[in-house]
Design a protein around this ligand. Sequence first.
Ligand code: DC
Length: 222
Amino acid sequence: MIPLVTIDGPSGTGKGTIADLLAERLGWHVLDSGALYRVLGLAATRHGLALDDPEAVTPLAETLAVSFGRGRVFLDGEDVTASIRTEDVGMAASRVAAHPSVRAALLDWQRRMHRPPGLVADGRDMGTVVFPDAPLKIFLDATPEVRAERRYKQLKEKGLDANLPELVVDIRERDRRDRTRPVAPLRAARDAVLVDSTAMSIAEVTDRVLEEVRRVFPGLVS
Ligand code: DC
């Protein structure tokens, strides 16, 4: 049995940071499935495809030349780590991710990441669709206001333009789309452990998740 922890939830909950910290601590692989959808959103935009048309986007998803390595993300060999982090690409990702045929095309790629010595998988449907048998599923949530504030700080730190009220609107819109889409909507798996990070620091959330890892995989982590 190859150990696996899924971490699902909306953006701005600290999911990506927690997944990275946890994978580093455990020495496991990490799957940032949001980055996969972002790369597709970026590629589709660059090709001028109609993002809401599954027939236009699915062939691209089926042949997407994406790779991850040492914390970087590549599209056709080009380092797109920074370009996939903009709000526009996030919105494009959310739009292409709404098509069932697109999600189906990316399923095997994601499942192949479950390799020894273990995997931390971060996304929206890791525990519900991609890895429904995962022994430990975390669902991380926080209020839209706190998530927008965190995003605002991140953008400012990177020297990028940011507008807090616009970010709140964007986050609510992306949540609505991700939660109401008919296929693989953002929701907690029935057997997920719910963690509300609204009033918690990254360190507190990581400790809370590690507590669960110790409970589910005794002996794997000190
Ligand atoms: O986590 P993120 O913000 O990088 O994700 C970008 C978008 O990709 C998000 O709005 C919805 C989509 N996504 C998805 O549909 N399923 C996943 N497992 C991960 C992300």
